[in-house]
Design a binder for this molecule. Structure first.
Ligand code: UDP
Ligand code: MG
Length: 319
């Protein structure tokens, strides 16, 4: 049996060696299995790629693919899934936040035969900025309600899965990728392994508030049409409101003895806010529609997910 590990790396020069050492230690404990360690260098600007090449010289289990630029973690993971050859595969961060020491336990659970994948989830977010945890929790709640995909709070991309699941992921070839939802969408039986949050061994996180916000919007748009339905709902409510006010207006016009005085400031402000409200709802609706159209545009262009600049794999799959 062969286990393939996919490790997306972007500017990880400080964490790569400690990560590799730990992985090496754990893989020695699992000596019944053959390992394939696939490093995806996602256009790093530091020494990450030279360290990977150096490691590959002394370890024949290491395969590397280096991108022509930074395509993002999603593209790196997809390149990994397209290129692994193992019976089992897992994605792991290069910063030890997905502890290699969990692998034997995950394998044991997978070998019980009951599950197709064993996924990890953080039960704490210790060490993470409070605001980031707050927004992450909000996002999971929204995503859970808005999409019919099961996304578990605190779920990491670190999961050991069988070949069938890898093939299913490869067949999901959309360019607007959101792996957490893809894993849920394809189905299969998944066991969850909880663990305490681990802080990165070195270096810094590649995500800031805005990139995470954008990523979460991508996830919602990719797996839910609820925002479009909300804009429908708004237009129906507004139409009902305008019909009601029209009814009152006609009634007043027919029954009032004299024309009402609409020149006072209060009336003007009410009219102004109604006009602005309708305008902003129309723009919001247009914006939501625009986001979906831009995603369709992205898919239609059918650009490659990633471009390989260097690799030591003979028959590298390019998608
Ligand atoms: N990563 C990547 N491409 C990117 C950003 C990140 O391949 O554009 C990799 C990164 O090297 C790491 C993993 O994805 O191995 C997770 O990134 P990070 O630790 O910065 O995310 P966090 O754990 O803070 O969510
Ligand atoms: Mg990390």
């Amino acid at each position: 049996m062969k286990i393939s590990l996919i490790i997306p790396c972007y500017n990880e020069e400080t964490s790569l060696r400690p990560f590799y050492e730990e992985l090496n230690r754990v893989s020695k404990e699992m000596d019944k299995y053959e390992f394939e360690i696939l490093f995806i260098d996602d256009g790093s600007k530091d020494n990450t790629f030279s360290i990977i090449k150096e490691l590959a010289e002394s370890d024949s289990r290491i395969v590397y693919i280096s991108f022509s630029k930074n395509f993002g973690k999603e593209a790196a993971m997809y390149a990994g899934f397209c290129n692994v050859t193992g019976d089992y595969a897992a994605v792991m961060d290069a910063d030890m936040q997905d502890p290699p020491s969990l692998l034997p336990k995950m394998l044991e659970m997978l070998n019980s035969g009951e599950y197709d994948s064993v996924a990890t989830r953080r039960v704490t977010r210790k060490g993470e900025p409070v605001l980031r945890s707050f927004f992450a929790n909000c996002f999971y709640k929204i995503m859970h309600r808005a999409s019919n995909v099961d996304i578990v709070s605190g779920a990491r991309d670190f999961r050991l899965m069988k070949r069938e699941m890898v093939d299913a992921i490869v067949s999901m070839c959309e360019s607007n990728r959101f792996s957490k939802a893809i894993f849920g969408w394809i189905g299969f039986k998944t066991a969850w392994l909880p663990f305490e949050n681990v802080e990165r061994v070195a270096g810094t996180s590649k995500w800031n508030f805005f990139s995470l916000f954008k990523y979460s919007i991508d996830g919602i748009i990719g797996f839910s049409d609820t925002p479009l339905k909300i804009s429908y709902l708004f237009s129906i409510l507004l139409m009902l409101g305008s019909l009601t006010s029209l009814g009152f207006g006609i009634y007043e016009g027919v029954t009032a003895a004299s024309m009402p005085d609409v020149t006072n400031l209060f009336s003007l402000l009410i009219i102004l806010s109604a006009v602005l409200f309708v305008g902003s709802v129309s723009l919001l609706t247009l914006g939501i529609l625009g986001m979906y159209i831009s995603k369709v545009y992205g898919e239609v262009k059918n650009r490659p997910h990633y471009i390989v600049a260097q690799t030591n794999k003979k028959d590298v799959v390019r998608k």
